[in-house]
Design a protein around this ligand. Structure first.
Ligand code: ADP
Ligand code: ASP
Ligand code: MG
Length: 424
C-alpha cells in the first residue's frame, strides 16, 4: 500500500465531466489499496478569468496591498476545484475531504504572486488518510506568517503537489496533464516531437527554467532537493486502464544517469517568449559600470537573465540584458530616470519582441561542437542571433520572436529529435 500524490492540471479539471473522470481514476487507485492525496488546479481558463477581472479594475496592481488582493482572488479557482472533486469522489462512494492551503496549512513566505513554501504541516492530512479518506488539497496557494492567502506563481500547482509529496515522503508524485509526458519540445509547436520515457532531473530543471511550461521550475527544484519520485503522464487516457500500465506510462524524472541518456547529446529544446531585451548604449567603459546599471534593477526586484557587454569603442560600450516582458516598461523607465543621468550613457533602447531558444542535454558535457551546430543550423535558416549564453548542459540564443517556431523546428530536426530521428 503506497502513499501517492496525484496532481491534475487545469485542462484535466476543465469541466464537471472531466472532474468526474478524475474522481473515477482516483477511486481506481484507492480501490487498488493506495492512500491518495490529490492536488488539483483551477478549472482551465479560470485563473486567467479571475486575473482578467482584477486587471479591469486595477491595470497595474503593483503595490504590495494590491498584490495581496490579487492572490486572494486568484486562489479562489483552486478552492472551487477541490470542493468539486471531493463531491465527485463522494458520489463514487469514496470518502474524501478537501482543504484550502491555509487549512493544511501550507506555510509560505509573504511574496505575493510568487510565494515560496516554507513548511507543510501534514498532521491533519495524515489523520484523514488514516481514517481511509482521500485528501484533496488546493494547488497554487498557501498562507503567509500573518495569515494572508498567497499564491505560488503561474503553474504553481505542480509545486504544491511535489511539496506535499516531499513533506509526506510519498512513494510517488504523479503529475497528470493534457499531454502524455515530457516531449523533446512542446508538441504543440513541433508535431514531430517525441515523448521521452525518462529525463534526468538536471535536464528537466533546465527545460523548465528555459521555458518548457509542462512543469513549474520550483516543482522540479523540490523534487531534486527531496528526491521525490516524479512522473508526468496523461489524464486523458481511459480512466479504467490497468494501474500497472498507467504507473509505467508518461515520463519519469530520474536522478541517476543511465547509459541510454548518455547517448543523446541534446535531449530537448525549450523556448521562452516571455522576455524582452534592453540595451544601454554608449556606457562609459570603466570598472563598476555593470553594477551601476544592474544594481538599481535588482533593487527594484527585477530579475535579469541573459547579459552581454560589447567591446568598447572610444571608451564607451553597449550593455544589453533581458528581463521578463512584464518588467520591460518598468525597467526602461528606471534606466531612463536614474541610470542614464548617473552613468552618462547615451540612450536606452529596447525590444520586447524577442525570444530565447535553448538546446538542453547532459550529453553536451562530453561532446564538442554542439553549440556551433546550433549556430550553423540557425544561420542556414537566415536567423540572426542577438545574444548567446551557455552552461555545461545548455546553449541558449536570443532571436527575433518571429523566427521562434522556425528555429525550434530546424533545431529539433538538426539534432535528430524528430520522431523518426535516431536518439534515445
Ligand atoms: P497543466 O494545466 O496540466 O498544468 P500545462 O499547460 O501547465 O498543463 O502544461 C502542459 C503543456 O505544456 C502541454 O500542453 C504542452 O503544450 C506544454 N509543453 C511545453 N513544453 C513541453 C514539453 N517539452 N513536453 C510536453 N509538454 C510541453
Ligand atoms: N491555476 C494556476 C495557474 O493557472 C496554477 C496552476 O494551474 O498550476 O497558473
Ligand atoms: Mg501547469
Amino acid at each position: 500500500m503506497a502513499l501517492i500524490v496525484h496532481k491534475y492540471g487545469g485542462t484535466s479539471m476543465g469541466s464537471t465531466e472531466r472532474i468526474r473522470n478524475v474522481a473515477r481514476r482516483v477511486a481506481k487507485w484507492v480501490r487498488a489499496g493506495h492512500r491518495l492525496v490529490v492536488v488539483p488546479s483551477a478549472m482551465s481558463g479560470e485563473t486567467n478569468r479571475l486575473l482578467g477581472l482584477a486587471k479591469e479594475l486595477a491595470p497595474e496592481a503593483a503595490t504590495a496591498a494590491s498584490q495581496r488582493e490579487l492572490d486572494a482572488i486568484a486562489a479562489t479557482g483552486e478552492q472551487v476545484s477541490v470542493g468539486l472533486l471531493a463531491l465527485a469522489l463522494q458520489a463514487q462512494g469514496v470518502g474524501a475531504v478537501s482543504y484550502a492551503g491555509w487549512q493544511v496549512p501550507i506555510a509560505t513566505d509573504a511574496s505575493y504572486t510568487k510565494a515560496r513554501i516554507s513548511h507543510i504541516d501534514d498532521r491533519r492530512v495524515r489523520a484523514d488518510l488514516a481514517a481511509g479518506k482521500v485528501v484533496i488539497i488546493t494547488g497554487f496557494q498557501g498562507i503567509d506568517p500573518d495569515g494572508n492567502v498567497t499564491t505560488l506563481g503561474r503553474g504553481g500547482s505542480d509545486t504544491s503537489a511535489v511539496a506535499v509529496a516531499a513533506a509526506m515522503k510519498a512513494d510517488e508524485c504523479l503529475i497528470y496533464t493534457d499531454v502524455d509526458g515530457v516531449y523533446t519540445t512542446d508538441p504543440r509547436i513541433v508535431p514531430e516531437a517525441r515523448r521521452l520515457h525518462s529525463i534526468s532531473f538536471e535536464e528537466m530543471l533546465e527545460m523548465a527554467s528555459l521555458g518548457s511550461k509542462v512543469l513549474q521550475i520550483r516543482s522540479v527544484e523540490f523534487a531534486g532537493k527531496y528526491r521525490v519520485p516524479m512522473r508526468v503522464l496523461s489524464s486523458f487516457t481511459p480512466w479504467d486502464i490497468p494501474i500497472e500500465e498507467e504507473a509505467r506510462s508518461g515520463t519519469l524524472i530520474t536522478f541517476e544517469e543511465d547509459e541510454k541518456m548518455e547517448q543523446a547529446i541534446v535531449s530537448g529544446i525549450a523556448f521562452n517568449r516571455d522576455e524582452a531585451k534592453i540595451t544601454v548604449m554608449g556606457v562609459p567603459d570603466k570598472p563598476g559600470i555593470a553594477y551601476q546599471i544592474l544594481g538599481p534593477v535588482a533593487e527594484a526586484n527585477i530579475d535579469v537573465d541573459v547579459i552581454i557587454q560589447n567591446v568598447s569603442h572610444d571608451g564607451r560600450t553597449d550593455f544589453s540584458f533581458t528581463v521578463h516582458r512584464n518588467d520591460y516598461v518598468r525597467t526602461v523607465e528606471l534606466l531612463k530616470s536614474s541610470v542614464l543621468p548617473a552613468t552618462g550613457a547615451a540612450q536606452v533602447l529596447g525590444d520586447p519582441k524577442i525570444c530565447k531558444v535553448s538546446i538542453v542535454g547532459i550529453g553536451m558535457r562530453s561532446h564538442v561542437g554542439v553549440a556551433s551546430k546550433m549556430f550553423r543550423t540557425l544561420s542556414e535558416e537566415g536567423i540572426n542571433i542577438q545574444m548567446i549564453t551557455t552552461s555545461e548542459i545548455k546553449t541558449s540564443v536570443v532571436i527575433d520572436e518571429k523566427y521562434m517556431e522556425l528555429a525550434v523546428r530546424a533545431l529539433h530536426k538538426a539534432f535528430d529529435l524528430d520522431q523518426n530521428g535516431a536518439a534515445v
